[in-house]
Design a protein around this ligand. Structure first.
Ligand code: SAM
Length: 246
């Protein structure tokens, strides 16, 4: 049936794809890929030969309307990203909004996402979580963003590049306090999969001393605990006291 299908694909291990995802890809009129070269590996592995087209953040302006046109004309479009669930730190949000506005059916075909894979294996509370995607690269903006999460009573989930992991953990210690529990998920579902858990201070110390880790990384941070030391609070309190001093 003509619809915009949002199809989750593996986050590393090519076997992590659902039967329904394969059926949907094999029967789509158009497979819209973030990077057609990346997706070709997956499609070839499963013998799927469909028309592919690129849809990514740099061509969305032109590619989006063309996909909508195809959908309006009764074709089915499967949207996939380079890895995991499309729209999760990946393109597609505008396309889905546009499709819904036009009365086009939008169908999720769920599957892997690095955020949930990390959360479930982190040992951190999973009843409430906030997915925060990538933090800003600039130190000041990153700190402000982290501070905005300080009182959120939920496990926080971030994507991060290995290059920035150590400095991001240091910023987390500064903004959230060092005593919170954290977990680093690296290369999930792949040959060198690793979960490292500890307090934020322990994790920051570990990665400050270690070589830059290789591969893809998710950072999970546990919710604030009652009575935990929150340095940012103390700083604020001291500043307000200083301001009132004669
Ligand atoms: N749409 C994807 C999803 O559902 O997980 C995420 C896309 S985002 C552009 C890519 C980031 O996801 C990576 O930089 C990394 O932080 C995280 N990631 C993807 N695959 C991963 C894996 N196998 N292990 C750990 N993190 C992963």
């Amino acid at each position: 049936a003509p619809a915009l299908y949002l199809v989750a694909t593996p986050i590393g291990n090519l076997a992590d794809i659902t039967l329904r995802a394969l059926e949907t890809l094999a029967s789509a009129d158009i497979v819209a890929c973030e990077d057609t070269r990346v997706s070709r590996v997956l499609l070839e592995r499963y013998g799927i030969r469909r028309r592919t087209t690129a849809y990514h953040e740099h061509n969305a302006q032109e590619a989006g309307p063309k996909l909508i046109e195809a959908l309006v004309a009764g074709q089915s479009v499967a949207l996939i990203s380079d890895a995991g669930t499309p729209l999760v730190s990946d393109p597609g949000y505008r396309l889905v909004g546009e499709a819904l506005d036009r009365g086009i059916r939008v169908v999720p075909v769920p599957g892997p996402s690095a955020a949930l894979a990390a959360l479930t294996a982190s040992g951190l509370p999973s009843d409430a979580f906030l997915f925060a995607g990538f933090l800003p690269a600039k130190a000041g903006q990153r700190l402000t963003k982290l501070e905005s999460f300080r009182q959120v009573p939920a496990t926080l989930i971030f994507y991060e590049s290995p290059r920035r992991l150590a400095e991001t953990l240091a910023a987390m210690v500064e903004a959230l306090g060092g005593t919170r529990r954290g977990a680093i998920g690296r290369e999930l579902t792949k040959a060198f999969e690793e979960m490292r858990t500890g307090t934020l201070s322990e994790l920051a110390d570990h990665y400050a001393a270690a070589d830059t880790p290789k591969g893809e990384i998710v950072i999970c941070v546990g919710p604030p605990e009652a009575g935990e030391d929150q340095p940012a609070d103390i700083d604020r309190l001291l500043l307000s006291l200083v301001a009132e001093m004669p």
